[in-house]
Structures are given as C-alpha cells and as structure tokens.
Write a protein that binds this ligand. Structure first.
Ligand code: AMP
Ligand code: TRP
Length: 341
C-alpha cells in the first residue's frame, strides 16, 4: 500500500504531533507499506516566518522523524522543496479546485484570524497539499483529525480531475488513530494542542526537559468530580486518559479501572511520568542525529531522489492529459532531461 504524509517544519513539535503523526508514520513500517514522509517547508511560508529558523527547523524535523522511528531503509523521508513536481502539480490542480471549496476550509479560517497579513499562499495551501498526496498515487494518508477536511478536498479534486481528463489519480483515504487523533491542550482542553494556537503551559513539546513535562501534567486542568473516567463533560480528564493510553499502549478501559478511586492528583503524576518515559529515548536519539547535519543531508538527498522518481510519472501523465504541447525535450517542467528523440 502506498502511504504519504506531510508535516510542517515550523513550530516546535509536540505530543499531539507524535500521537497523530510520528507514531502513525512509524507504524506503517511494521505493516510493510511503501511510505513517503515529506517535510513540507513550502507550506511553512504561508504564514509569517523567519528564513533562518526555517532552515534550522527543517533539519530539526528530519532528526525528529528518524528519532521517532522512521528507518531510511524502509521509509522515504524528504524535503518538499527538493522535489519541484510538488509546486508544478499544485499549479495544475488549482484549475480543478474551486474558490468556494477553499473558502470553506476551517484551518484557513482559523489561521487567517491570527494573521495580520493573510497571504494568498495560506488560501491555496490545500491545493499544494492535494498535489503532495496525489503525485504519489497515494492509497492512505496517516494524519491527525485536524487534517480530515484537507484530505477530503484532495479526494474531491482527484475525482474531478479524473472525470475531466481521464483516470490519472488514485483516490486517497485518511488513516486517523482510533485513540489520540486529537490531543487537547492541557490548560484549555477545548482547544487542540498546538504550538501556534494553544497555551505554552498546556503544550508538551517533544524536546521538553523531564521536569518541565512533569510540571505541565501536574498543573493540567481537570474537571469537577474526582473520578478518572472519560465523559463529554470532563474534557480535561478524558484528554489525560487518552494521553496515558497512547503513551503506554494500554487500553483506556484498563486505565480507568486501574485508577478507580485513586483521585486526580496521583493520576496526573503518573501520566506525566509515562510521557517522560516515552520521550526520553526519542530525545536521546534526536540529539545524536541532530549533531551530524551532514549525515541528515545525505539521508534527505537519497529520499528526494526516490521521491522524484516516484512522482515524475504522475506529473507527466497530468501534463499529457491536460493538453500541453510538449517541449522539445519531451518534458515541460522541472529539471528537464532530454528524452531520447
Ligand atoms: P503539523 O505540525 O501541523 O504539520 O501537523 C503534523 C501532524 O500532526 C498532522 O498529521 C496533524 O494532524 C497532527 N497533529 C497536529 N496537532 C495534533 C493534535 N493536537 N492531536 C493529534 N494530532 C495532531
Ligand atoms: N497540512 C498538514 C498539517 O498541517 C501538512 C501536510 C502538507 C500534509 N501536505 C500534506 C499532511 C500531505 C498529509 C499529506 O499537518
């Protein structure tokens, strides 16, 4: 099965990213899937950002992807801007995406509210995301719940393109985890955990020191009552139970019965400890990998080569189906290598 997912290099990565992203990516390897994981640097320029930080954070994220379990022998990890087909396909797919569809995207509306300058790129962001996915004839996209609308859009665009121009794309499906597809902020459990939209104290970063992690869990907002049980009117404790579940792999019912009568305080301390244990080996691997940027660059260059090869046939099929006159080199886009004439 062909898998594709993308993750933005800007903004520190957090426990929500691990639960909805990293954890699912690594799981695809054990299933023997053919998987591509893309550091979507081109998506990161759609809101205000710092170029120097982008450069550093792109390598930070590469180290984090390998540290959380991606094996360069089994998965393809690469940087979006290393593969020109993504931007090229995005322009082409813009013709099969409507203004109305883009205007309905909740992520656009949320992010636009927080920007002084609302870039055109922020609006067309989901078209680039559709290009990412469709170029690889992707069967399934592992993501967190917040990406559902974007994956549905990619599917709609693919269907429309196929109907207009003939079968060109596989229709992608979303894979979201059954538990932990939407980890909430520890201070404001009505909001998703996020370094850009959440609270600093309620966001557990992948690189937080153990003491910081413990403190964040100790001060997590809980609800009235004292029962460690999931309920709609107990968003704080429900979130902590889910976090415990994803950190330890224990079924949520088991956690609830183990903490029956234990009280919130003891439970919060234990969740904090479970997360510290989860993060410790990841952080150690991360620091090791990050200390050798040349090795990271080498791995990413290999990934980009594989990604170029995998995506080019789709790009060429799009160009043919859409009626472009071929250039004398036989290719209209990108690093044109003359085709044998
Ligand atoms: P981003 O950092 O926005 O590129 O997101 C990378 C991945 O993390 C995507 O698959 C998101 O759906 C996922 N993700 C982000 N925030 C959360 C969260 N609070 N809970 C679960 N998954 C999340
Ligand atoms: N929009 C996604 C996010 O913010 C990142 C992303 C870009 C992505 N391209 C993708 C996710 C393709 C899955 C597939 O999390």
């Amino acid at each position: 099965m062909r898998i594709f997912s993308g993750i933005q290099p800007t903004g520190d990565k957090h426990l929500g990213n691990w639960s909805g992203g990293f954890r699912q990516y690594a799981a695809t390897q054990d299933r023997g899937d053919d998987a591509f994981f893309c550091i979507v640097d081109l998506h990161s320029i759609t809101v205000e950002y710092d170029p120097e930080e982008l450069r550093e954070q792109t390598l930070d994220l590469a180290a984090m992807l390998f540290a959380t379990g991606l094996d360069p022998e089994r998965s393809t990890v690469f940087i979006q801007s290393h593969v020109p087909a993504h931007t090229e396909a995005a322009w082409l797919l813009g013709s099969a995406t409507s203004f109305g569809e883009l205007r309905r995207m909740t992520q656009f509306k949320d992010k636009a509210e927080r920007q002084e300058f609302i870039s055109a790129g922020l609006f067309t962001y989901p078209v680039l995301q559709a290009a990412d996915i469709l170029l690889y004839q992707t069967d399934a996209v592992p993501v967190g719940e917040d990406q559902r609308q974007h994956i549905e859009l990619a599917r709609d665009v693919a269907e429309r393109f196929n109907a207009r121009h003939g079968e060109t794309f596989t229709l992608p499906a979303m894979i979201a985890p059954e538990v932990g597809g939407r980890i909430m902020d520890l201070q404001e459990p009505e909001r998703k955990m996020s370094t850009t939209g959440g609270t600093p104290q309620g966001t557990v970063r992948m690189l937080d020191e153990p003491e910081v992690v413990r403190k964040k869990f100790k001060s997590a907002v809980t609800d009235s009552g004292s029962e460690v049980l999931r309920a709609d009117d107990k968003p704080g404790i429900t979130n902590l139970i889910e976090i415990m579940g994803v950190a330890t792999g224990e079924p949520l019912e088991g956690i609830e019965s183990r903490y029956d009568g234990a009280g919130y305080g003891a439970f919060k301390t234990d969740v904090g400890e479970a997360v510290v244990e989860l993060l410790a080996p990841i952080q150690a691997r991360y620091h090791e990998l990050r200390s050798d940027p040349r090795e990271l660059q080498r791995l990413l260059a290999r990934g980009a080569e594989k990604a170029r090869e995998a995506s080019d046939p789709t790009l060429q099929a799009m160009l043919d189906a859409m009626g472009f006159v071929r250039s004398e080199f036989g290719r209209n886009f990108g690093a044109a290598r003359p085709r044998e004439l």
